[in-house]
Design a protein around this ligand. Structure first.
Ligand SMILES: Cc1ncc(COP(=O)(O)O)c(C=O)c1O
Length: 483
């Protein structure tokens, strides 16, 4: 005997947006899939169902028509309707969540031992937003969207909005002395997005890539996700030790570097190392990704020039971002590369994510070309230089025996190295955990290493730390470190 269908307990809500017939179908589907309404169960007539459910026959009929069309119901030879035999294998048990089985590359990326400092007052990558000219920014957004040009509403070029490419080329000349043409500039989803696209374009699984040791941990994510084999190359007082990179992986496809002020140590790469690196890339036909993060915030006139300015063979891909000089949520940045690279990049990108979001690109172009960004930067440089000074002074007063720190030429952070006395007390991970207990989490330097760290220290960001907060917050940290 086939069982009869019971409709008791089916939830139909007359106030809901979803029409009643769809609610009825939605309530029946999972019961059919999980077998609680077994295949072969005969449906009562639509009139009887309507009475049981307290709704009209038309609703029952529409729900059955939908389920019939979707294959959940079958007609019988005598004109009745039954539950169809559907494969139960696909149906998850009630409450069961599918556990994603990730690719080995993605899992390797997630397995990096890393604690973000983004919420902390000492975050190394968070700019101050209190001074940002939001009214002006809103006016520029309105200007471009009140009566938008037709080409602003359609898909854009994969290389970015042409006026923004031109304005970025001009901006780089003014701010970094980097002379480039608009055709060499591509607008990207900030520098992380640019790096990710470059990895897909240039790397095959198993390719070797030089990364700075210590280095920017987030950059390793895209490299691992592309299946690269990371080769840590040490950094000394002159920057990346190129000879060691050549010894460890002479045929690496790519080197990812921060030559202007190394992340996290703040060292500027010496000229002989720069020339050695360029020479290696030219001979091996390898690529150099220059991450020129935060160089706009220079605190000294003697700030090192971009490596890209020395590039005669077109092997350097220069990355920059508007995340720090403007707003982190903007997610717009740029790369500057040889026109041959740009052309291949654009053709590939047209088939992946097409282009970076276009909404803000015209406003950003105006923000640059009307000189607002340069004016804003001048203000922010002074503010960040004062914050750096305040952190240096507080360390000098509170922790001179435990931390060694030197001013850096640019950026939003300092790296304080442990003195032997501090290293004898605790590891930097322990120090970092103690700073967190004082509500002032500071990243440990060892987190920036791929292998065993050869230095211990703290990476102290001051982008969103008011100068007057430096002393009291570092005093709270110092108390924990000395406890
Ligand atoms: C070394 C380094 N590179 C790049 C970036 C910028 O990343 P994005 O442009 O993706 O925001 C940061 C930000 O923290 C950084 O510290």
């Amino acid at each position: 005997m086939r069982s009869r269908l019971s409709l008791a307990g089916l939830p139909l809500d007359r106030r809901a947006e979803l029409p009643l017939y769809q609610q009825l179908a939605a309530a029946l589907r999972p019961r059919i899939l999980d077998g609680s309404l077994p295949a072969g169960t005969r449906l009562p007539g639509s009139r009887a169902m309507a009475v049981e459910l307290g709704c009209s026959r038309a609703i029952v009929q529409a729900a059955c028509d939908l389920l019939y069309a979707e294959g959940y119901l079958q007609s019988t030879p005598r004109g009745g309707v039954r539950i169809a035999a559907v494969a139960k294998g696909d149906a998850p048990a009630a409450g069961e969540q599918p556990a994603p089985r990730l690719s080995g590359r993605w899992q390797a990326m997630l397995d990096i031992d890393y604690v973000s400092d983004l919420g902390s007052p000492f975050s190394s990558g968070t700019p101050d937003l209190e001074e940002f000219p939001f009214e002006l920014w809103a006016r520029l957004l309105r200007q471009s969207w009140q009566k938008p040009r037709a080409d602003l509403c359609r898909a854009m070029s994969p290389l970015g909005w042409a006026p923004l490419r031109a304005a970025t080329a001009e901006y780089l000349g003014a701010v970094r002395g980097l002379l480039c043409r608009p055709e060499e500039v591509v607008i990207t989803p900030a520098s992380a997005g640019a790096l990710d696209l470059c990895c897909r374009m240039l790397l095959d699984p198993g390719d070797e890539v030089w990364v700075e040791e210590p280095g920017f941990i987030e950059a390793r994510s895209s490299l691992l996700a592309a299946g690269a084999r990371l080769v840590p190359v040490p950094v000394d007082g002159k920057g990346l030790v190129v000879a060691e990179g050549i010894r460890r992986a002479p045929k690496a496809r790519l080197a990812v570097v921060t030559p202007s002020h190394q992340f996290p140590l703040g060292i500027a790469m010496a000229l002989d190392r720069r020339l050695e690196l360029l020479d290696w890339a030219r001979r091996q036909e390898s690529w150099i990704i220059e991450d020129d993060y935060n160089s706009e915030f220079r605190h000294r006139e003697s700030m090192a020039a971009a490596l890209k300015s020395l590039d005669r063979s077109g092997r350097v891909i220069y990355l920059g971002t508007f995340s720090k000089v403007m707003l982190p949520s903007l997610r717009l940045g740029y790369l500057v590369a040889h026109p041959g690279f740009v052309e291949a990049f654009g053709r590939g990108r047209a088939r992946i994510d097409v282009h970076s979001a276009g909404t803000a690109q015209p406003a950003l172009a105006a923000f640059l070309s009307e000189g607002h960004l340069l004016r804003y930067l001048r203000r922010m440089r002074k503010l960040y230089a004062a914050r750096q000074q305040a952190v240096l002074a507080a360390i000098d007063e509170l922790l001179p025996d435990l931390l060694e720190v030197a001013p850096t030429a640019a950026g939003l952070h300092l790296t304080a190295l442990f003195t032997p006395a501090m290293a004898a007390r605790m590891t930097d991970r322990e120090a970092s955990a103690r700073s967190g207990q004082a509500g002032n989490y500071i990243q440990p330097l060892s987190q920036c290493y791929l292998g065993p760290p050869d230095r211990q220290g703290l990476v102290i960001g001051y982008g969103r730390l008011r100068a007057e907060e430096a002393q009291p917050r570092l005093a709270a940290v110092a108390a924990r470190l000395r406890a």
